[in-house]
Each structure stands twice: as C-alpha cells, then as structure tokens.
Write a protein that binds this ligand. Structure first.
Ligand SMILES: [Zn+2]
Length: 114
C-alpha cells in the first residue's frame, strides 16, 4: 500500500499564472515510498528553493517548493527533499550526512535519466 498523497490544492497553488501542472506529481510516483503521506505544495516568496516539514497532527510530510523556479530546479529540489523524507528520523541532527546522501542518490537515480 502506498502512503503517498499529493493534494490537488497544492498543485493548483503551484500553477498560479501558469495554468498547467508542472510534472512534479508524476515524478513522485517514481520515488521511493517514505512511509507516510506526502503533500507537495508550491509556495510563492520562499527564501529557499524548497524545504520539508513534518505535520504531526496529520502525520504527513509536507514538501514545499518555491513557485516560479525553473522546472529543472524544482525537480532537483524535490529529489533533495525526498532524500530527507526517507531518513527523516535518523538525520535530524545532521540533515546532510552520509545517510541522507545515500537516500538522495536513491531518489536521484529514479528520476534522472542517464
Ligand atoms: Zn537539505
């Protein structure tokens, strides 16, 4: 059973002036299951390209990607954040350690064509 959830509302937020989906939702289907639902949202005006948070009340990961960035950057950001989701508990103290790097690599290989 997959534990993924991509809310349509999040994708609508991302579209804004660009009335199309950006393909990130399709990429998610290729990524390893992090074990909990994931909500993908586009956020205007974020300082970073992306981040991830854990919504304890809904037991859901929320990946936030800055709206308006080029598709390639959004893909890279999503893959980076998905690596965090896969090792969430183990890497809270050092979020970009070797364990995360391996998880990131697993995600990268799923979505980047050789
Ligand atoms: Zn990171």
């Amino acid at each position: 059973m997959t534990a993924r959830l991509v809310l349509a509302l999040g994708l609508l937020i991302c579209c804004g002036a660009e009335p199309r989906q950006d393909g990130l939702a399709a990429l998610i289907a290729e990524l390893p299951d992090p074990g909990y639902p994931v909500e993908l949202v586009r956020v205007r005006g974020m300082a970073d390209w992306a981040d991830s948070i854990w919504d304890d009340e809904r037991e859901t990961f929320v990946v936030r990607v800055r709206a308006g960035i080029p598709h390639e950057f959004a893909v890279d950001s999503l893959v980076h954040e998905w690596g965090h989701l896969l090792v969430w508990d183990a890497c809270q103290e050092s979020p970009h350690d070797d364990l995360w790097a391996v998880a990131y690599g697993r995600c990268y290989r799923k979505v980047i064509e050789e």
